[in-house]
Design a protein around this ligand. Sequence first.
Ligand SMILES: *[C@@H]1O[C@H](CO)[C@@H](O)[C@H](O)[C@H]1NC(C)=O
Ligand SMILES: *[C@@H]1O[C@H](CO)[C@@H](O)[C@H](O)[C@H]1NC(C)=O
Ligand SMILES: *[C@@H]1O[C@H](CO)[C@@H](O)[C@H](O)[C@H]1NC(C)=O
Ligand SMILES: *[C@@H]1O[C@H](CO)[C@@H](O)[C@H](O)[C@H]1NC(C)=O
Ligand SMILES: *[C@@H]1O[C@H](CO)[C@@H](O)[C@H](O)[C@H]1NC(C)=O
Ligand SMILES: *[C@@H]1O[C@H](CO)[C@@H](O)[C@H](O)[C@H]1NC(C)=O
Ligand SMILES: [Cu+2]
Length: 209
Amino acid sequence: MHSTLVFLFAFLAAAVNAHFQLQYPPPRGVFVEDDEPTFCDGYLTAVSNRSEFPLSGGFFSLNSEHPKWTAGVLISTLPDPKSFNNFSQVNSFFQIQGEGAFCIPLDFSKSNVTSLSTGQNVTIQIVFDGGDGQLYQCADLTLSNSFTIPTNVSCTNATSTATSSGATSTSTGAASTPKPSSLGVREYAMSSLAIPFTLIGAVLGLAAL
Ligand SMILES: *[C@@H]1O[C@H](CO)[C@@H](O)[C@H](O)[C@H]1NC(C)=O
Ligand SMILES: *[C@@H]1O[C@H](CO)[C@@H](O)[C@H](O)[C@H]1NC(C)=O
Ligand SMILES: *[C@@H]1O[C@H](CO)[C@@H](O)[C@H](O)[C@H]1NC(C)=O
Ligand SMILES: *[C@@H]1O[C@H](CO)[C@@H](O)[C@H](O)[C@H]1NC(C)=O
Ligand SMILES: *[C@@H]1O[C@H](CO)[C@@H](O)[C@H](O)[C@H]1NC(C)=O
Ligand SMILES: *[C@@H]1O[C@H](CO)[C@@H](O)[C@H](O)[C@H]1NC(C)=O
Ligand SMILES: [Cu+2]
């Protein structure tokens, strides 16, 4: 029984400790692990010092602490979006295997989001699911058709086993029919319920011992 308890606690610790960190473009604020399951990692207001970001040929990079994950990008053109309803999906979600740094193309000019223009302020929200529910980080941007991401910004992949860029989400199922203008973010948000249910299940399991 003791080893069962140790296993359960180890499982719970692993489940809440492993998330992701957006590296580029810079997120709204320093990563707050406990808030990552919530809108914009808990940063509810757009920053005033936005990052320039290219309309075409851009990328975003992140550090994954999960070995297998699904991610995608949402965008809002509001100056200070407050709700998932204010975002739409940029491209299909994709699934990657591997922990560590990953760099994913983010080319708005080739996306399903139309009528973005140079000088426009937007907010992107990265949605990431590594198996412990949807996680979110936001970056506030000013789009530019003349800006190029500096070459000193790291853009590498930790593994070459990364697969199926452009594939739809398989772990959530919610992204299987991407609708750029009326996305299913509510559905994504729903599965964050998996965390409380997992915790409740573990507590019941402990009680049963
Ligand atoms: C974009 O955001 C910046 C910083 O918040 C602001 O100064 C600027 O006026 C905004 N530009 C547009 C076109 O809204
Ligand atoms: C914006 O300002 C904050 C506070 O000074 C800083 O930590 C952050 O790096 C800046 N972000 C950008 C994109 O320059
Ligand atoms: C932003 O989201 C809020 C909350 O759902 C909604 O009331 C509002 O109409 C949205 N604004 C726009 C411009 O979509
Ligand atoms: C744009 O949307 C269509 C229809 O939903 C989809 O088939 C296509 O893959 C999308 N394009 C990208 C780049 O995600
Ligand atoms: C990258 O280079 C730019 C100038 O092109 C500089 O402002 C920035 O501080 C550099 N960043 C790093 C992380 O070295
Ligand atoms: C990293 O992997 C993704 C997914 O396969 C791919 O789209 C991207 O181009 C790769 N980036 C680099 C720098 O190799
Ligand atoms: Cu996690």
